[in-house]
Design a protein around this ligand. Structure first.
Ligand code: AMP
Ligand code: GLY
Length: 414
């Protein structure tokens, strides 16, 4: 049987491991308490010291730090781009300049390190105001607001380095776009591209999109309101020009190009690229592609992705259970009840899978919270309604003090 190493420790990696395990033996580095309880081999050994037929790198940080390059230099088969292409996610300023060279439609923007010029540019924009930290900030470095005074304060706070340290001493200020968001996760083998089913992520912490931006509070797929024609247009106008620009720069991109899109009367514009699977989108896509995932990722890594991909049947919805205080100051150490010995639900519900992110387990077997996003409860079903019902039935069995959960994930979607 083939062996696969998944690098990372979040619910996204739990979902990848869960799907890959249908076709191969999976080792997770480092993994987390929930994955271990669920039967996965979790090791502290760095990936560069492990052997496997395929290495799948989950999070952006090791990609930006060059883990894929280091593994490829050892002759290993790797799913994930190198350090150079990871700048597409690692620096919003780099990404915006790249999009301009590639001719990809995106919001108008400018980049600043100096407060005076940043503030005068901001004053010349109209609401909503969008202020972004240049570097990695786990989805929390973006402010979108109608309040100019708040946007001005945010620019000053970010440029001071207080909010995100070195990652935040450059800001991107951009035109606010209205519309619907879509996450289009595209596999790219250096030349060929294949889109997975469009997914929708819910970024704000509160119901009805109120409150702070987070890493993502829930997701569903397929997002059927994004039509196959719209997907084709995005591939033609956004993804293929990106791949052409990567190749022009001599970059062989093998991994995920995750297009964060805004769909509006202007068509589709790219908000951002990520260079890895989405979190929590993977918690709905991995169950939909299940058995096919290992072969797809292996072919992508080998540069022989080819062909198109059948639309998966059914639907999936995931609901994130976050810690008290998330996203600003998540509290750790709250006891989680409702989970069985294997980290799944104490009471089994058909079509429900619990993916662990920030959990820890005591010697006595008690799970406690250990991060901002704690669990992602995914429901699958023949229809979106069924998947949604199951996800919330599952989530209702889990409790911990101060738990933060949206009640409107996939509500009204069809
Ligand atoms: P990003 O990390 O750049 O994708 O931004 C995080 C979130 O902020 C996005 O998912 C959107 O909800 C919102 N956002 C980012 N850029 C814009 C924009 N130009 N106009 C409106 N909303 C935006
Ligand atoms: N769901 C947003 C992200 O993965 O960045």
């Amino acid at each position: 049987m083939s062996r696969c190493v998944v690098v990372g420790s979040g619910a996204r990696e739990h979902a990848l491991a869960w799907a890959l395990a249908k076709s191969c033996e999976v080792v997770v580095s480092p993994g987390n308490a929930g994955m271990a309880a669920h039967g996965f081999t979790c090791v502290d050994t760095p990936a560069t010291e492990l052997d496997a037929d395929l290495f799948v790198i989950g999070p952006e940080q090791p990609l930006v730090e060059g883990l894929a390059d280091a593994l490829r230099a050892q002759g290993k088969r790797v799913f994930g781009p190198g350090r150079d292409a990871s700048q597409l996610e690692g620096s919003k300023a780099f990404m915006k300049d790249f999009l301009a060279s590639a001719g990809v439609p995106t919001a108008r923007y400018a980049t600043f390190s100096d407060p005076d010029s940043a503030l005068s540019f901001l004053d010349s924009m109209s609401a909503p105001y969008v202020v972004k930290t240049d570097g990695l900030a786990s989805g929390k470095g973006v402010l979108v607001t109608h309040d100019l005074a708040q946007a001005r304060d945010d620019v000053l706070e970010k440029l001071s380095g207080r909010a995100f340290g070195g990652a935040g001493t450059t800001v991107v200020i951009e035109e606010g776009l209205a519309g619907h968001e879509c996450s289009l996760i595209v596999l790219c083998d250096g030349t060929d591209v294949v889109a997975l089913a469009p997914a929708q992520d819910f970024k704000r912490v509160g119901d009805a999109d109120q409150g702070a931006n987070t890493g993502g509070m829930g997701a569903y797929a397929p997002m059927t309101s994004m039509t196959p024609d719209q997907v084709d247009n995005v591939m033609r106008e956004i993804v293929l020009p990106t791949v052409a620009e990567l190749r022009r720069r001599g970059i062989d991109f093998r991994g995920v190009l995750y297009a964060g899109l805004m769909l509006g009367p202007y068509g589709a514009k790219l908000l951002e690229y990520n260079v890895r699977f989405g979190d929590p989108e993977t918690q709905v896509l991995a169950p939909l592609y299940g058995d096919a995932l290992f072969d797809l990722l292996k072919r992508t890594s080998d540069g022989r992705l080819g062909g198109s991909l059948a639309v998966p049947s059914g639907a999936a919805v995931t609901v994130v259970l976050a810690a008290s205080g998330y996203p600003r100051r998540p509290r750790v150490g709250d006891v989680i009840s409702g989970l069985g010995d294997d980290g799944q639900l104490a009471e089994e519900i058909e079509g429900v899978i619990v993916f662990h992110a920030g959990t820890q387990r005591s010697a006595g077997g008690v799970f406690t919270t250990f991060g901002g996003r704690v669990l992602a409860v995914t429901g699958t079903g023949a229809s979106l309604e069924e998947a949604r019902r199951r996800a919330y039935q599952g989530a209702a069995l889990v409790t911990f003090d101060g738990m933060v959960m949206r009640t409107d994930i996939a509500l009204g979607a069809h």
